[in-house]
Design a protein around this ligand. Structure first.
Ligand SMILES: [Fe+2]
Length: 163
């Protein structure tokens, strides 16, 4: 299967950064959960692949710029993703996949449910750095501003908003 092959390639790229693999697999799980709740069918494969490859530019960014900042990841990600997809023999929606990867830290570029789900799935992990006890207001604001799917919002509230 394509998905397994692409996951293997992602692990190979991140072999020196196990945190990258861990984060990616968590984002993939979040995306799966959101897709299930939102009854996504058609875009499922595309969204899975985007989740698996969204941070794939990090290693190249680190090598070239000594930084894994969002802008550098966005810059380097699409070419690495393209190479992996080619190697896996995958040729569906490659431009769309690369567009989302190349803009995945830029919410103003969100232009579809596929991109939106990736954004929410990633944000569910990125929110874990906030202090749940001390930053409830900020977290709530962030959820309200960023989560557009009912399922994503529900997961975010369950995980980060204290009862
Ligand atoms: Fe990420």
């Amino acid at each position: 299967m394509f998905i397994e092959k692409i996951i293997e390639e992602m692990k190979e790229v991140f072999k020196e950064i196990p945190l990258g693999i861990e984060h990616t697999l968590k984002v993939l799980k979040n995306a799966e959960d959101i897709m299930e709740g939102e009854k996504i069918q058609e875009e499922k494969e595309l969204i899975r692949i985007v989740a698996i490859l969204h941070d794939i530019g990090a290693v190249e960014a680190l090598k070239k710029y000594g930084s894994i900042d969002g802008v550098y990841q966005e810059k380097e990600g699409p070419a690495v993703a393209r190479r992996i997809l080619e190697k896996a023999g995958y040729n569906k929606n490659v431009d769309r996949i690369c567009f989302i990867i190349g803009n995945h830290h830029t919410p103003s570029k969100i232009d579809g449910i596929d991109f939106q789900i990736q954004w929410e799935a990633d944000l569910l992990e990125n929110l874990t750095v906030m202090d749940k006890q001390k930053q409830q207001q900020e977290i709530k604001k962030c959820i309200e501003e960023n989560f557009k799917t009912a399922t994503g919002r529900e997961i975010a509230y369950k995980r980060f908003i204290l009862p």
